[in-house]
Design a protein around this ligand. Structure first.
Ligand SMILES: [Zn+2]
Length: 135
């Protein structure tokens, strides 16, 4: 069955395998450990060494825009005090990336397959078989 881009986005936002939709990206009982491959369909999640550097960049960017910039703006416009801003930025700089870790990994995987949906194993069997039949 073919997986659409909308399904890939929905699965990426809910930390699911982009190929089968299973909750298999992360190892059971661990918050940070990623499965090397989907335990349900076998999709390679850890594709290459360093393939998730993009997830780290994504995590950094979201932390900067979603957490640190608002704190800096609140301090700049004197809504919060300097000490409060320093503490909030320190806690946010450590806590936010940790909490966003799973989503950043899933979003990066989603990003890859949204632009290259034909690389999903579920999308390789069906349409190509139909194309062969039409030839
Ligand atoms: Zn899967």
């Amino acid at each position: 069955m073919k997986v659409t881009r909308l399904q890939i986005v929905a699965r990426g936002l809910s930390n699911r395998c982009p190929n089968c939709g299973g909750r298999t990206l992360f190892q059971a009982g661990s918050f940070f450990a990623v499965n090397p491959a989907c335990t349900a369909c076998g999709l390679k999640i850890e594709r290459d060494e360093g393939s998730f550097l993009g997830a780290m960049s994504l995590n950094y960017g979201v932390t900067l825009v979603g957490c640190l910039t608002p704190v800096m703006l609140l301090a700049y416009y004197q809504v919060i005090g300097t000490t409060t801003a320093i503490v909030a930025a320190g806690v946010g700089a450590i806590g936010f990336p940790a909490l966003f870790y799973r989503s950043s990994r899933s979003w990066w995987l989603m990003n890859y397959y949204v632009f290259l949906p034909h690389h999903l194993p579920a999308n390789q069997a069906g349409p190509r078989a139909n194309e062969d039949e039409n030839l």
